[in-house]
Design a protein around this ligand. Structure first.
Ligand code: DC
Length: 430
C-alpha cells in the first residue's frame, strides 16, 4: 500500500517543519521537493550553465544524482543540506524551477521516489500535479507579513543579516514568480484542506495535520479491509440467512415486488446480472428477493460507514475504487465467476447514469468475456415510492461471444447493446 500526503503552500508557512514532524510521527519518508529544485540550481550555478541553455540543462538533469536521507540532502554523493539554503541558490531557484524540462524531470523523479511507499512531500504543485490522487492534500498559508517575520527571526538566529523589508520584498517576488509561471502553476488543489497558519503556533498546526492524517489513515484501512472478505463459516451463514430473510420480508411489505423471468438464470454456472440503476434499493431487491446468492460490485466508499460496511461484508459485496483500474477488484470478480458465483453490476456506473448522459461502463462485458460467462439483463419497473409496485423483469442470458467482432471497440458496443436490452426490459409490459 502507498499512502501519499501532499503539503503545498508558499514559502515561510511552516511546510518544512510540519512535514518533518509528520514524517517522524507516522514513519513516512519525507521528500522535500523544494530541496530537489535547489540541488538542480546549485549544480547549474556550479557548472556555470545558463538558464536558457536547454541542451546543457537536459544533459545535467540526466546525470544528476539527488538523494534525500531523512532531512539531509545529497547532490552527486555530497551533503549539500546547508549549501542549497545559501543566498545564490535562494536568488536563482525560483527561475530554475520553472524551466519546463527541469519541472518534467523532477516531477518524474518525485513520483519514482514515492513508488509503493508511505510518503509526505512538500512543495508547490504536489496536490495538483505530482500526485493529484494523494490520500491527503494540505495547503498551508500565512500572510506575507507573518512569513517575513518568521524568516527574519530564523535569519537572526543563523546570523544572516537581511532587513525585514528586504525579506518581505523577496517573498512577494517569489510568490509572484511561482504563481505566474506557465509550468508548475502554483495553486491550491480543489480537494486540499486549507490551513491559515498566520495566528497558529507550530504545535497547533501540527495537531491539526496529525488529526487529518489519522482520520484518513483509518478510512483507507477500512476500505483496504473491504477487500478481505470475511470468512465463510456457520455463524456468518446464519447471520446472512437471517438478515436476508428479515430484510426480504421488509422489502415485500414496503413494496409489492413482482419478479419475472428468473427461469432465465443459467443453471450450475457463474453469470453476471446487469441491471438498470435507479435507486440503491434496486440492488437490494436483486440480492434479497432471489434465492441464489448474488454478489454486487459497489464503490469501495460504501465500506466507510459501519452499517453499510457490516452489510457489505455479510453479503460479500465486491468493492471497486472509482476512476482507477482496480486490479484487486477485477481479480475478485474473476475468482467469484470461476467459483460459479453470480455477480450484479450496474453498467450505468451510477444511479440514473443514462439520464446523466454517462457513457455505459464496459466492465461487465469485459469480465464476462474473460470468465466466459453469460450476462442476464434486468429491467426495473416502478418508482420505489413506498407501497407501490416494483417489477424486476429478467431477460434471456446473453452470450457475449456472440457480440464479439473485429472492431477494437466491440466491448463498448456490446455494453451499449446490453444496456439497450435493459431499457427494453424496463419498458416491456409484463
Ligand atoms: O520550498 P523551497 O523554498 O525550498 O522551494 C524552493 C523553490 O522551488 C521555490 O521558489 C519554489 C520552487 N518549488 C517549486 O516550484 N515546486 C515545488 N514542488 C517545490 C519548490
Amino acid at each position: 500500500m502507498s499512502f501519499i500526503v501532499a503539503v503545498d503552500g508558499p514559502s515561510g508557512t511552516g511546510k518544512g517543519t510540519i512535514t518533518k514532524l509528520v514524517a517522524e510521527k507516522f514513519n513516512f519518508q519525507y521528500i522535500d521537493t523544494g530541496a530537489m529544485y535547489r540541488c538542480v540550481t546549485l549544480k547549474l550555478l556550479n557548472e556555470k550553465i545558463d538558464a536558457n541553455d536547454t541542451e546543457k540543462i537536459e544533459k545535467i538533469l540526466k546525470e544528476i544524482k539527488i538523494d534525500l536521507k531523512g532531512t539531509s540532502v545529497f547532490l552527486d554523493g555530497k551533503d549539500v543540506s546547508k549549501k542549497i539554503r545559501e543566498e545564490d541558490v535562494n536568488n536563482n531557484v525560483s527561475q530554475i524551477s520553472h524551466i519546463p524540462i527541469v519541472r518534467t524531470m523532477m516531477v518524474e523523479l518525485q513520483r519514482r521516489m514515492s513508488e509503493g511507499k508511505n510518503v509526505i512531500l512538500d512543495g508547490r504543485d504536489i496536490g495538483t500535479n505530482v500526485f493529484p490522487n494523494a490520500e491527503v492534500k494540505i495547503f498551508l498559508d500565512a500572510s506575507v507579513e507573518e512569513r517575513a517575520q518568521r524568516r527574519y527571526k530564523q535569519n537572526q538566529e543563523n546570523g544572516i543579516d537581511i532587513t525585514l523589508d528586504e525579506i518581505k520584498k523577496n517573498i512577494e517576488f517569489r510568490d509572484n514568480n511561482d504563481k505566474n509561471s506557465k509550468v508548475g502553476t502554483f495553486k491550491m488543489a480543489e480537494d486540499a484542506i486549507y490551513i491559515d497558519t498566520t495566528n497558529l503556533s507550530i504545535n497547533q498546526v501540527k495537531n491539526k495535520v496529525f488529526k487529518i492524517i489519522k482520520k484518513k489513515m483509518k478510512l483507507v484501512e477500512k476500505i483496504e479491509n473491504a477487500y478481505k472478505m470475511t470468512k465463510d463459516n456457520a455463524w456468518k451463514r446464519f447471520r446472512h440467512s437471517f438478515t436476508k430473510g428479515f430484510l426480504g420480508l421488509l422489502y415485500r411489505i414496503v413494496y409489492r415486488p413482482k419478479i419475472v423471468g428468473v427461469e432465465n438464470f443459467p443453471k450450475d454456472e457463474g453469470f453476471i446480472i446487469c441491471s438498470k440503476h435507479i435507486n440503491y434499493l434496486d440492488a437490494a431487491g436483486i440480492i434479497l428477493l432471489n434465492k441464489p446468492k448474488i454478489r454486487f460490485i459497489a464503490k469501495a466508499d460504501l465500506y466507510r460507514f459501519w452499517p453499510l460496511s457490516y452489510l457489505g461484508h455479510l453479503f460479500d459485496i465486491i468493492p471497486i475504487k472509482r476512476d482507477s483500474g482496480d486490479i484487486n477488484s477485477v481479480k475478485m470478480c474473476l475468482k467469484a465467476l470461476k467459483n460459479k458465483e453470480i455477480l450484479g453490476i450496474f453498467p450505468e456506473g451510477t444511479r440514473k447514469g443514462l439520464e446523466k448522459n454517462m457513457k455505459v461502463k464496459n466492465g461487465a462485458v469485459f469480465l464476462a468475456e474473460k470468465a466466459k460467462v453469460k450476462i442476464v439483463p434486468v429491467g426495473i419497473q416502478g418508482s420505489f415510492k413506498p407501497f407501490t409496485k416494483i417489477t424486476f423483469n429478467y431477460g434471456k442470458p446473453i452470450d457475449v461471444h456472440s457480440l464479439k467482432t473485429d472492431d477494437p471497440d466491440w466491448i463498448d458496443k456490446a455494453s451499449e447493446k446490453i444496456m439497450d436490452d435493459i431499457i427494453m426490459l424496463t419498458k416491456e409490459k409484463v
